[in-house]
Design a protein around this ligand. Structure first.
Ligand code: ADP
Length: 300
């Protein structure tokens, strides 16, 4: 269209999309908006609006079709490869177990067989975590209508935590009564249980881990505090990246894959929440998130 014909027209007449109209009305432009291009349904645009001078807005539109395609290729690739690796690893694991049982207890083959089993188990757990991450990433439209009984979830988390702590840690649990949330129970439990297992794995035996679910001004807060190794400030912003580990040697010993916090981040983003990390090297860390008020179900 001729630029002169555009002048004076309403912008939502030119970009006709209900999401765009809602975005304009909302008056909050921190996050960009993604909509199909008005010219072709097959192209995806990222729209950013920002205040420009007095009573004016600057609109920047970017074609992100290619980025989207690449992103979904990456997700499919990771999901397919992880899925395909499951069977060979199960076969390896099975034969290693048989071979080990056939060897004499003092045989020199016991040590390498043990190591091979350990490493296959590590690969299996990585594949499981990659699949879990793919599932969580793929389900962007999570059903938030169901109520999660937090007391029930806490009971399950407790059982897991005590099993992992193997009587070597002090564990403390506090769950506010009658404070439930809407959400996807599997995803939220996976986020909480990853945080608890990290707290135990990165704390030396004899340490303490405190797990709380309580009311705060902007919603309900889940927090896990440990007296563990702590994290230096330069690492904190990168912890939720896939495969990011502060100390590779230590993480391999603890059996980590570097995917746990990436899973947490995605699960939380589906519940309109994000992870906060406060930590001091050598003293311990608190990992927490707040579920906003609009998702909560308070009975008092
Ligand atoms: P991993 O499987 O390696 O534990 P995660 O994604 O769960 O991967 O965590 C990423 C990294 O963050 C870990 O390798 C570890 O260095 C650090 N980390 C996570 N939780 C804690 C914690 N409670 N205390 C200290 N460091 C932690």
């Amino acid at each position: 269209m001729e630029p002169s014909l555009l002048y004076g027209q309403r912008i939502d007449n030119l970009i006709r999309h209900p999401d765009f109209s809602a975005y304009l009305r909302k008056n909050k432009y921190f996050e960009p908006l993604e909509i199909p291009s008005p010219v072709s349904e097959r192209r995806l645009l990222e729209i950013r609006l920002m205040p420009y001078g007095d009573r004016q807005l600057l609109l920047i539109a970017r074609d992100i079709t290619r980025i989207h395609q690449l992103e979904s290729m990456r997700k499919d690739f990771v999901a397919n490869v992880s899925h395909e690796l499951k069977t060979p690893l199960t076969v390896l694991q099975g034969y290693l177990e048989i071979m080990q049982s056939m060897e004499d207890e003092n045989s020199p083959n016991q040590k390498p067989l043990n190591l091979m089993q350990q490493q296959t188990r590590r690969m299996q757990s990585m594949v499981e975590q990659l699949l879990a991450l793919s599932r969580i990433e793929a389900g962007a439209n999570v059903d938030l209508s169901k109520t999660i009984d937090m007391h029930n979830m806490f009971s399950q988390l407790k059982v897991e935590a005590y099993a992992l702590a193997a009587e070597q840690y002090t564990l403390e649990f506090f769950c506010e009564s009658e404070l439930n949330t809407h959400g996807d129970e599997l995803q939220l439990r996976s986020a909480c249980s990853n945080l608890i297992s990290n707290a135990i794995r990165y704390t030396s035996p004899g340490g303490k881990v405190t797990i709380k679910w309580q009311n705060v001004a902007s919603g309900a807060k889940f927090s896990v505090t440990d007296t563990g190794v702590g994290i230096a400030p330069q690492h904190i912003n990168r912890l939720t990246e896939r495969f990011y580990r502060v100390d590779n040697a230590r993480s391999s010993k603890t059996g980590g894959s570097g995917l746990g916090l990436a899973i947490v981040k995605h699960a939380l983003s589906h519940h309109h929440s994000e992870l906060t990390v406060v930590s001091e090297l050598g003293k311990g860390s608190t990992f927490s998130f707040i579920i906003p008020t609009h998702l909560l179900e308070r009975k008092i």
